[in-house]
Design a protein around this ligand. Sequence first.
Ligand SMILES: Nc1ncnc2c1ncn2[C@@H]1O[C@H](COP(=O)(O)OP(=O)(O)OP(=O)(O)O)[C@@H](O)[C@H]1O
Ligand SMILES: [Mg+2]
Length: 250
Amino acid sequence: MKLKIENINKTFLNDKTENKVLENINLEINNGEFVSLLGPSGCGKTTLLTIIGGFQKSEEGKVLLNDKIVTKPGIDRAFVFQNYALFPWKNVKENVMFPLKQQKVPKIEREKKLAELLEIADLKGKEKMYPHQLSGGMKQRVAVIRALACNPEVLLMDEPLGAVDFKMRQNLQEQLENIWTKNKITAIMVTHDVDEAVYMSDRVIVMSRDKGRILEDLKINLDRPRNRHCEEYLDYKDTLTKTLERCYDI
Ligand SMILES: Nc1ncnc2c1ncn2[C@@H]1O[C@H](COP(=O)(O)OP(=O)(O)OP(=O)(O)O)[C@@H](O)[C@H]1O
Ligand SMILES: [Mg+2]
């Protein structure tokens, strides 16, 4: 067992009113599993992901990674933030290479890795550009490859491809799947895109606005790479869409 989320409770205080966002959330994620989190806006997906990442604390419950309690962020968990969170004063190359420099990876290896990653995200020739000169989709692609650069054990991604265009998005889904398969990473991805969830995931979790309650935990039993047009694939999409529609009645 890789990741255990035990009895997580999280309440925010806004103007003295308590907002209980997560109540008794329990999840077990296996080694090498790819899990997607789906759910309406505000249901607590980012909150849960940041607690797993160690960026926020819950009042109750704990997150265990390989039986060790997560108390803070660590290099074993790479995080792709919903708002990209690139360093504005660093260009594309410096952003992507930052985690490798921190880990003191030799320059030759860094350059090799950079070339590989730029190729994956179709960012070749953009190394010297700064975040403010990039489109939203380009910034997301930089954030994704920066997370991949340090070969994390667990990859936590908050809508990593939300701003990426249709073709590039499918392309990156395939690339991410390749990288995930090769490196046996455990991945948790927040997405609003049902097709993306079915294409990428071993399991899709649907959270509701009722304190993050898990409405569905659906295993996707399809061979990879997946055929987006086969009947079973479309059935999975249909099931998840119906569950999502139910979320809005809660
Ligand atoms: N730091 C904070 N202080 C107060 N309230 C917060 C804070 N962070 C999140 N919330 C509240 O917690 C709830 C869940 O927010 P969260 O960002 O986890 O939702 P989400 O499921 O990621 O939504 P989206 O799909 O829109 O990104 C919301 O009601 C939000 O207003
Ligand atoms: Mg969010």
